[in-house]
Design a protein around this ligand. Sequence first.
Ligand SMILES: NC(=O)c1ccc[n+]([C@@H]2O[C@H](COP(=O)([O-])OP(=O)(O)OC[C@H]3O[C@@H](n4cnc5c(N)ncnc54)[C@H](O)[C@@H]3O)[C@@H](O)[C@H]2O)c1
Length: 269
Amino acid sequence: MKLKDQVAIVTGGARGNGFAIAKALASEGCNVVLGDICQDIATVPYPMSTQADLDAAASAIGALGVKTLAVRCDVRSDAEVKALVAETLKTFGKIDIAVANAGVTSLIPVVDMDEATWDDTLDTHLKGTFLLARHAVRPMIDAHAGKFVAISSVGGQRGFGMGSHYCAAKHGILGFVKSLAMEVADHNVNVNAVCPGTVWTPMMQGLAAHFGMEQEEAKEQFCEGHLFKDREITPEDVAQAVLWLCLPESRCVTGNLITVDSGWTAAAG
Ligand SMILES: NC(=O)c1ccc[n+]([C@@H]2O[C@H](COP(=O)([O-])OP(=O)(O)OC[C@H]3O[C@@H](n4cnc5c(N)ncnc54)[C@H](O)[C@@H]3O)[C@@H](O)[C@H]2O)c1
């Protein structure tokens, strides 16, 4: 148990990649606080997790033998992220790991995109990452130890037509991670990003359903750039990269990224 009695916050932890990350951390003995919005966002064309999803995720993590907390939190709100961190500190007295994972997506050409869609996407990914760092990294600095991991994407390394808002946010996260790493290295805090390729989570399933696409056909289309044709990237694959960035083994890795994309960006480069 390499993370026994440590404490992690995972945003967007009710399902998909966030839930798998929480499970992976818990499997190493880490207590996990799951934050999730628990209500739909008008500009996102598929449902967000519900309070029941969040509670079920926390129960499943708790069944792994660690302590958990489920906190309704919209990462676009400074007050709500501040409250998430405060509740974590009140319950556990410290934060060792923070994972900025909450995210949304949609596919819209720039000329057709309204301001609210742009704002909701940038605010969830980029501002949400900033707000989690703003509140969760201070206790890490005070403790002279910590790991901050942000979930970017292949969309943080290349463009996607109709994904300008998502790619802008995911590129921005990589710049943020490098800069924050420079600020906190003297305080023994590591800051890194993980960039997944296509993972068939409720996000991608919801997007396919919104466009009336058949799921298997949509998956094939969205995974077309992956080099391994005989395997899917799972949330657990993403979670293992995050887990490694939270372990002592990665102590000399900071301001960097791990790309879990089945070779997609290598072939596109
Ligand atoms: N699925 C993919 O193919 C893929 C690829 C690359 C990167 N990612 C990234 O992985 C992360 C997780 O995505 P996923 O695929 O698991 O999606 P998902 O939709 O399955 O899960 C995202 C979770 O975040 C929550 N959430 C959304 N907006 C929120 C907000 N404002 N505040 C708090 N919680 C919020 C949702 O309720 C949901 O529980 C995202 O940052 C996403 O961009 C996903």
